[in-house]
Design a protein around this ligand. Structure first.
Ligand SMILES: Nc1ncnc2c1ncn2[C@@H]1O[C@H](COP(=O)(O)OP(=O)(O)O)[C@@H](O)[C@H]1O
Ligand SMILES: [Mg+2]
Length: 233
């Protein structure tokens, strides 16, 4: 029998004010699995992650984590259960130091070793202002901050955005290693196909606020028409 899922989303309906964006999203993730979530701008990727994190309240549907129903719980409660979120655009505090940014990921942590062990350059730059880091460095800082709470599920919203390709693949390698070493589940929202194919075992495609297709990565790589359907303009 396959492992019980770490995380499920069933029939999730959500949006802003009176408007619906998600029309019934279904997803499941096994422990340690890296799932790619692809879709065009406006498809509802960020809205889905915000609803999972409790930043938006779902109108219908269910989110479970580790067998518990966490639907509609507040962001701090979701985080405390072991789900970490790296928002689109990173949201690094430019005037805070690297170390201060990391500490915001877990105010109770004794030190920042979790982040420094994963991204050693952060230790050397601990006293530097967040705003003095390059885009790629800020992305690694944002991921390091998310790891501070020792999560078991990491939600990443377009980490490759605005970062040069060689750095993107470096970050992909680190994510793959962290997921393997920590048994961390990852939902990787991306429009960068190279990053997704490099590290995801499975890929789901979101269109108009619902999952349209969900395939093992081998199937996606073997049939370029699938990617064309959801990413070509
Ligand atoms: N704060 C908001 N208020 C109202 N509508 C929003 C807001 N944020 C996003 N939307 C709308 O929700 C839809 C999905 O957006 P989003 O989830 O950000 O898509 P994606 O992350 O896939 O690009 C879009 O039509 C967008 O205009
Ligand atoms: Mg988005």
């Amino acid at each position: 029998m396959p492992d019980a899922p770490l995380f499920t989303v069933e029939g999730l309906v959500s949006g802003y004010g009176g408007g619906r964006v998600l029309h019934g999203v279904d997803l499941a993730l096994a422990p340690g699995e890296i799932l790619g979530l692809l879709g065009r701008n406006g498809a509802g990727k960020t809205t889905l992650l915000k609803t999972i994190m409790g930043l938006l309240t779902p109108r219908e549907g269910r989110v479970t984590f580790d067998g518990a129903d966490i639907t509609g719980q507040a962001p701090f409660a979701v985080a405390r259960r072991g789900i970490a979120y790296v928002p689109q655009g990173r949201e690094i505090f430019a005037d805070f130091t690297v170390e201060q940014n990391l500490r915001l990921g877990n105010l109770a942590a004794a030190d920042c070793e979790v982040a420094y062990a994963t991204f050693p350059f952060l230790r050397e730059r601990a006293g530097a202002k967040g705003g003095s880091l390059s885009g790629g460095e800020q992305q690694q800082l944002a991921i390091g901050r998310a790891l501070m709470g020792a999560p078991r599920l990491l939600l990443l919203d377009e980490p490759s955005e605005g970062i040069q390709p060689s750095i993107v693949m470096e970050i992909a390698d680190i994510l793959r290693r962290v997921a393997r070493d920590r048994g961390l589940g990852v939902v990787l929202v991306e429009q960068n196909v190279d990053m997704v194919t490099a590290i995801c075992g499975r890929c789901a495609f979101i269109e108009n606020g619902a999952i349209a297709e969900d395939h093992p990565m081998e199937t996606v790589v073997a049939d370029p028409a699938i990617l064309d359907r959801y990413l070509a303009f």
